[in-house]
Design a protein around this ligand. Structure first.
Ligand code: 5GP
Length: 203
């Protein structure tokens, strides 16, 4: 039975990743989004279990400290904890569904160590445009905007670790680029340079 592919998508916040992913999920069949756990508060309009599993720090740590660890990867981002549940991803992949992980650069590095994900980085056209987009959202405080811009610079420095880079200048083009990557990767014969036809390493 076909085991699902794991797509890791990272982007500094404000790069339009959520909008791109929403559109791509509608266009590509048999693709599921892994709902992460987070300790941050929900933003207006965000629903528990749909956008994130919103949990307390204690609940997050309990899952993290399980033996074996309940997270495929986890990280502290902008002062909050985020993690991908092993159970959720394994169940999806075993069913042959391709799974999208929307995670930061630290998480992407951890996933690379245990699996063979397809990694995609979504970049802003420039840092100036990213700043305008973050302020335009109107949902973030000045402190949060500064924290996210600082983080964006650090994340952009990691771009070379990704197999694909999409610059989100024109939304439709970015959506098409990601759809094309997913379609091409589904047709790929081998996922690693040693020629092993491995898609998803078991934990
Ligand atoms: P936001 O708070 O804006 O939803 O997300 C902030 C950052 O956390 C984004 O870069 C997002 O990709 C990242 N993130 C979301 N879920 C996870 C996760 O499960 N693991 C990791 N490592 N990062 C995550």
């Amino acid at each position: 039975m076909h085991k699902g592919l794991l797509f890791v998508i990272s982007a500094p916040s404000g790069c339009g990743k959520t909008t791109i992913l929403k559109e791509v999920m509608q266009r590509i069949p048999a693709l599921v989004f892994s709902v992460s756990h987070t300790t941050r508060n929900p933003r207006s309009g965000e629903k528990d279990k749909e956008h994130y599993h919103f949990v307390s720090v204690d609940a997050f740590m309990a899952l993290r400290d399980q033996e074996p660890c309940g997270f495929l990867e986890w990280a502290e981002v902008h002062g909050n904890f985020y993690g991908t549940s092993v159970a959720e991803v394994n169940a999806r992949c075993q069913q042959g569904q391709d799974v999208i992980l929307d995670i930061d650069v630290q998480g992407a590095e951890q996933v690379r160590q245990g699996a063979l994900p397809v990694t995609v980085f979504i970049a802003p056209p420039s840092l100036e445009i990213l700043e305008q987009r973050l302020r335009g959202r109107g949902t973030e405080t000045e402190e949060t905007v500064s924290k996210r811009l600082k983080n964006a610079r650090a994340e952009l420095a990691q771009v070379d670790a990704y197999e694909y880079v999409i610059v989100n200048d024109v939304l439709e083009e970015a959506v098409e680029a990601l759809c094309s990557i997913i379609i091409a990767e589904r047709s790929r014969q081998r996922r690693d340079r040693r020629g092993v036809a491995l898609q998803w390493a078991e934990h």
